[in-house]
Ligand binder design. Structure first.
Ligand SMILES: [Zn+2]
Length: 366
């Protein structure tokens, strides 16, 4: 494959189904079909699909047995049952509509398609524009707007159905800690989970630096918690740790849990990023992927709720994959107040995390 091919995996159903039954600005109301609709409308408007390098791909229709690789029968049946009733609400901020089961199944089918088509070298990189998101869902339950854990489930599909046993790195840049995703591979040395997320330093939370994995997986779970208010010029500090570790880990595939809720206009996250951060992140991770795993890289949409920000952030990722230039949009040129403590906190975390990781990685000096 000599030419550059970027796959966009999506479906009209993501842009029209599973409408939250609550008025804005309820937390639940932000996980809406409009998230995908605004992205796809923008891509139509700028004629992105006329670019021969962009390949539009449909999600794979998967069998329910695939979901069972990552979820209990009770969980799957609960979602199916509530969807058949037409509505419902589950414990940790999850709404159900008549479409939820089928759309969540399709989101998983899209995630699998995005990863497998890169693995089979049909395309160079991919981005799955799917919803509901997945990284808070665990084996037994839906949580935080997530129904099925799309990324964990796709990896278990690779392992158990395709017999793919090579090393995989997950880089989770959603504003929130992937508390569901982390549980699947906590003791698995073949899956590296690296999460950068907004952290509540005042109250404390899970997702702190001392959660390093367990058993054979120790050192392969890395949390880089950052403070609220993190800006473009502070965000990418974690590459000082991520880059040497990925070089040493030598993944065969890199999956990005691509949440865009650190965007400054996001209704749920409290950080101050613009599309420039997502562009620069993608440039750097693509370079690492090119050097370690023949560029095998897939972005899977997680959170991100700004209907203004989503189209330009997702486009920024695609521009980096296409090796095109990117500039901030005019509405992103905001002079955010600089809090000098933010950078200090990030550096302190980086130093403390390096000290812990130096026990498990020769490339990390302390
Ligand atoms: Zn999130």
């Amino acid at each position: 494959m000599t030419e550059n091919k970027i796959g966009i995996v999506t479906d009209d159903d993501f842009a029209s189904k599973n409408i939250p039954p609550y008025p804005r600005p309820t937390f639940l109301s932000f996980e809406t079909p409009l998230r995908i609709k605004v992205i796809m409308d923008y891509f139509e408007k700028i004629n992105l699909f006329a670019d021969k390098q962009i390949i539009k791909i449909s999600p794979r229709d998967i069998d329910e047995s695939i979901i069972k690789l990552a979820h209990s029968t009770y969980h799957i049946n609960s979602i199916k049952y509530l969807s058949s009733l037409g509505s419902g609400f589950l414990g940790d901020e999850v709404f159900i509509t008549k479409d939820t089961f089928n759309l969540a199944k399709k989101a998983l089918g899209g995630t699998i398609e995005a990863i497998e088509s890169v693995l089979k070298k049909e395309i160079n990189q991919s981005i799955a524009l799917v919803r509901p998101p997945g990284h808070h869902a665990s084996r037994e339950k839906a949580s935080g707007l997530c129904i099925f854990n799309n990324i964990a489930n796709a990896i278990l599909y690779l392992r158990e159905i395709l017999n793919y046993d090579k090393r995989i790195a997950i880089i989770d840049i959603d504003d929130h800690f992937g508390d569901g995703l982390v549980q699947y591979f906590y003791d698995d040395p073949s899956v590296l989970y690296f999460s950068v997320h907004e952290y509540d330093y005042l109250e404390g939370d899970i997702g702190f630096i001392n959660e390093l994995g367990e058993g054979e997986g120790i050192g392969k779970n890395i949390n880089f918690p950052i403070p609220m208010g993190t800006r473009d010029d502070e965000f990418l500090e974690f590459f000082d740790i991520l880059k040497p570790i990925l070089k040493e880990f030598k993944p065969d595939f890199i999956i990005v849990a691509a949440g865009f809720d650190m965007y400054f206009d996001d209704a749920i996250g409290n950080c101050l990023l613009t599309s420039m951060s997502y562009y620069n992140f993608t440039n750097r991770i693509l370079k690492i992927a090119n050097n370690t795993c023949n560029g095998k890289l897939a972005f899977i949409l997680e959170g991100g709720y700004s209907l203004i920000g989503l189209p330009v952030c997702v486009h920024a990722v695609i521009k980096a994959l296409l090796k095109e230039k990117h500039e901030r949009h005019f509405f992103e040129n905001v002079n955010f107040l600089k809090n000098p403590k933010t950078k200090d906190d990030i550096i302190k975390i980086k130093v403390a995390l390096k000290k812990l990781l130096s026990n498990y990685w020769i490339s990390i000096d302390y």
